[in-house]
Design a binder for this molecule. Sequence first.
Ligand SMILES: O=C(O)CCC(=O)C(=O)O
Ligand SMILES: [Fe+2]
Length: 373
Amino acid sequence: MTFPDLYNPPFTFRVHHTCREFHKKSSDFMDAQTFHFVNGSSPLSVSPHHILPQDKRPNLNQPPLLSSVPVIDLMEEPCSLVVDKISKACEEYGFFQIINHGVPHELCDRMLAVLTAFFELPPQEKAPFLATDQTQQVKLFNYYVKSDGQKKVSMWSECFAHPWHPLDDILHLLPQNPPQYREVIVEYGKEIYVLMKRLLSLISQGLGLENDCLETKIGEKPAFRAQGNYYPPCPDPELTLGLNVHTDVSALTIVRQLEGVTGLQVIKDGNWVQVEPIPNAFVINIGDQIQVLSNGRFKSVHHRAVTNKTRKRVSIATFYTPDKDTIIGPIRDLIDEQHPPLYWEYRFSEFLEEFFKQEGTRRMVKETFELKV
Ligand SMILES: O=C(O)CCC(=O)C(=O)O
Ligand SMILES: [Fe+2]
């Protein structure tokens, strides 16, 4: 791969100067934000605001990653076998991939295509979506890591978040360009909704609970948030990350990743394991809330996205998360003398408060709610 002769720095927007019309006056969040467009350019070197301190770099030269996460065929018979495999994967990896899930392949391709087209619009066209406060329904933003001295290092990615279902009330807030964006996310959201419910049922059964137990515990008004992630080729993948090491705050996450490009990695026994992009598969991961509900039996595992020199990567994560007023704690049926509760019961808003407090760090949110036994 050769890069263009000219050094072409990523486009930077200081939100409160450039997009005054989106400025919400009293927002501290706003003053702290500088957004870095990383698309559309292939710089010869990584600019300083993307360079991680030594101890936070990905260290890609480690020995090759030997295993990948389990791949589960949802059509396999009998269904009890599928339940057992999911249960084992949730205990051992916190991640698995599914095939034969019933969501049309071409719809998923279209979803990633419109997302890519959106990210590849000129910066000026994306500027109206730049995040100005945490509560914004539709927002374009970068994740960052706080390095020593609290300096913010942006990840080598752009993220675009908005609800994925139901969309009637917010459709007008979603991009008009590319023109198919709205219809595709509506269609995709409907399919993911069915799949999400099916997975929650299988995971409940894997815990030995009633089919609808997890769905009921997560509550009647779950939040359906989607996050598109765009990782352009990076001149020096050793210096930066696409997404910092994290666990998902959700109950459950369904990720679709572009075929043919690796990047997602998961911690397994202290090593980073690559989640191979398999044609027409979804990556499923347990979020913090199911870890707590299952009393620690199913794991919400640290993962990250690394970059590469030659190929862009795109993914969309659809999260299923409790409403802020929902009370979350270990499910009573999973507690007995051998399995004492490992977590306090909390209101989900308390969890979120802690989550935002730890912004920019390698978060340890659920650990804050651990009961010390
Ligand atoms: O790009 C990926 O595959 C990872 C996405 C992810 O972990 C997230 O959005 O939380
Ligand atoms: Fe994630």
